[in-house]
Design a protein around this ligand. Structure first.
Ligand code: MG
Length: 218
């Protein structure tokens, strides 16, 4: 059973469906046995609650990467702007206070390592193999591709790549997450698992699982 207060999950701002959250938790339980986990795009900590609970159970760590200045669509005047995230002293979004509040309330301060930085900067000197990477950051092609190229290579064989906000139909949502999902699949390095709503689940193949034909092409 997931050891997080359901009321806290409900109160925490975010754009994650409960079924998707539950899937994050289940996959992270598996992944947490292999190594630490990492998410890109923590916002106010909704996904962090699920991933963090699983990491705590496996006695591992969740790195939570976010610049905390909001993505494109969360800026003032945009569709997903929330005044509670705005810091009027500096005239910018700052979701870190709300994020930290979520961690404290959930008792995740000894499990989650917040990294308050752009994803590409956090990745620059990264060297730790990861059991799981969740890409849930900016939705522009540049942001999504940047996250994929910065982090996918750090996933250990057998580890998981999760991508949120996958919409195959352009009428339903932006295409950037779906594009990197397709890119990961066509690399031949990842195996596809069933999706949960808009959450894509891929697993990095171990070398012996990569079909010989794909090795020749690489
Ligand atoms: Mg998302």
């Amino acid at each position: 059973m997931i050891n997080i207060d359901p009321a806290l999950i409900k109160q925490t701002r975010g754009f994650l469906d409960p079924d998707e959250g539950r899937r994050l938790y289940d996959v992270a339980l598996d992944a947490g046995r292999m190594g630490p986990c990492l998410e890109i795009g923590s916002y106010c900590g909704k996904s962090t609650l699920y991933l963090g609970a699983a990491c705590r159970e496996q006695n591992t760590v969740l790195f939570a990467v976010d610049h905390h200045t909001g993505s494109e669509e969360q800026q003032p005047g945009e569709g997903y702007f929330d005044p509670a995230t705005y810091d009027y002293r500096f005239n910018r979004i700052d979701t870190f206070p709300l994020f930290r509040q979520t961690l404290v309330r959930a008792g995740l301060m000894d499990t989650v390592v917040p990294i308050v930085a752009p994803s590409a900067l956090a990745a620059r000197f990264w060297g730790t193999p990861l059991g799981l990477v969740l890409i849930d950051g900016g939705h522009s092609d540049a942001a999504a591709y940047g996250d994929y190229s910065a982090w996918a290579g750090h996933i250990m064989p057998g580890g998981f790549l999760l991508i949120h906000d996958i919409f195959e139909n352009p009428q339903e949502g932006g295409q950037a997450p779906y594009h990197i999902y397709r890119m990961a699949l066509s690399s031949g390095l990842f195996a596809e698992f069933p999706r949960t709503k808009t959450l894509g689940v891929l697993r990095r193949r171990r070398p012996e699982e990569i079909p010989p034909r794909e090795i020749q092409q690489a």
